[in-house]
Design a binder for this molecule. Structure first.
Ligand SMILES: *Cc1c(COP(=O)(O)O)cnc(C)c1O
Length: 232
C-alpha cells in the first residue's frame, strides 16, 4: 500500500509541476514518518524515497540508528533549545527555526562540532495563534539577525498552512510565502539563500507545488492515518 500511495503522490506532484510550467523534479517529496514504525520507513526507502521528515528528536534518533545512512533526515517539528545538541550534525535540514534564541543555540553547537547547520525559517503565514513560526512581517529582520551568526546557513522558508478540507483556501498563504522569499532575495543578505520553500501537506500539497514549493511534506497520504497524540 505504501509504495502504491507513493506512486500516486509522485504522479500528483508531477502533474502539478506541469500545470505550473515548472521543471520536472523541481518539487521534492519529504515522506513524513512521525509515529510510524521503522518497517514503514523501510518500505518507502525500498520504493526509492530518501527524504524523511520527523517532528520529534528522540524518535528521529531511534529511527536513524536502524535505517540506511544515505537517508536525508528533515527535522520538521518545533525544536527546543535543549535538544539542539542532538540535532546539529545529524540532519540534512532543520525546517523549524523561528527565533533568534534557537538560531543562536544552533550556531553555538555547530561551531563546537565544526559543522554548518542548514536551516529554514518557519513562518506563521496565516497568523494562527496555535502555530509556531515568525510573523510574515518580522521574517526579514529575523533573517538578517540569524545571517550574522557563524556556522548556520539559511536556505529558505517553511510554513504549515491551516488545516482545511479546502486546499484552495491555502493558496494565498503559499503565495505569500513565495512572495516573501522573493522580497528577501532582493535584499541580498550575505550568507542567506531563499532557494527552498517547504510547504504543502497531504491536504494541500498539489496547490503548494503550483505555488512554487520545493519540498512538500506528506505523511497521511503515504502512510495512512496516525493515532492522535498531543504533539500534533
Ligand atoms: C505531520 C506533519 C506533516 C505531514 O502531515 P500530513 O497531513 O499527514 O501529510 C507535515 N509537516 C509537518 C510540520 C508535520 O508536523
Amino acid at each position: 500500500m505504501i509504495s502504491e500511495n507513493l506512486k500516486d503522490v509522485h504522479n500528483r506532484i508531477d502533474a502539478a509541476e506541469l500545470r505550473a510550467n515548472r521543471n520536472a523534479g523541481s518539487a521534492k517529496l519529504i515522506a513524513v514518518t512521525k509515529t510510524k514504525p521503522v518497517s514503514d520507513l523501510m518500505e518507502a526507502y525500498q520504493a526509492g524515497e530518501r527524504d524523511f521528515g520527523e517532528n520529534k528528536v528522540q524518535e528521529m534518533l531511534e529511527k536513524q540508528e536502524q535505517l540506511p545512512k544515505d537517508i536525508r533526515w528533515h527535522l520538521i517539528g518545533h525544536l527546543q533549545t535543549n535538544k539542539v545538541k542532538y540535532v546539529v550534525g545529524n540532519v540534512f535540514l532543520i525546517h523549524s527555526v523561528d527565533s533568534l534564541r534557537l538560531a543562536e543555540e544552533i550556531s553555538k553547537v555547530a561551531v563546537k562540532k565544526n559543522v554548518t547547520a542548514d536551516i529554514l525559517i518557519e513562518v506563521n503565514a496565516a497568523n494562527e495563534e496555535s502555530k509556531f513560526g515568525t510573523a510574515l512581517e518580522e521574517t526579514l529582520s529575523l533573517v538578517e539577525n540569524i545571517a550574522k551568526l557563524p556556522n548556520i546557513s539559511i536556505k529558505g522558508l517553511m510554513t504549515i498552512a491551516p488545516f482545511t478540507e479546502d486546499a484552495e483556501s491555502n493558496r494565498k498563504y503559499f503565495r505569500a510565502l513565495k512572495e516573501l522569499s522573493v522580497d528577501i532575495t532582493r535584499k541580498n543578505v550575505d550568507n542567506v539563500s531563499m532557494d527552498i520553500l517547504s510547504m504543502g501537506m497531504t491536504g494541500d500539497y498539489e496547490v503548494a507545488v503550483e505555488e512554487g514549493a520545493s519540498y512538500v511534506r506528506v505523511g497521511t497520504g503515504i502512510f495512512g492515518m496516525r493515532r492522535l497524540s498531543i504533539s500534533e
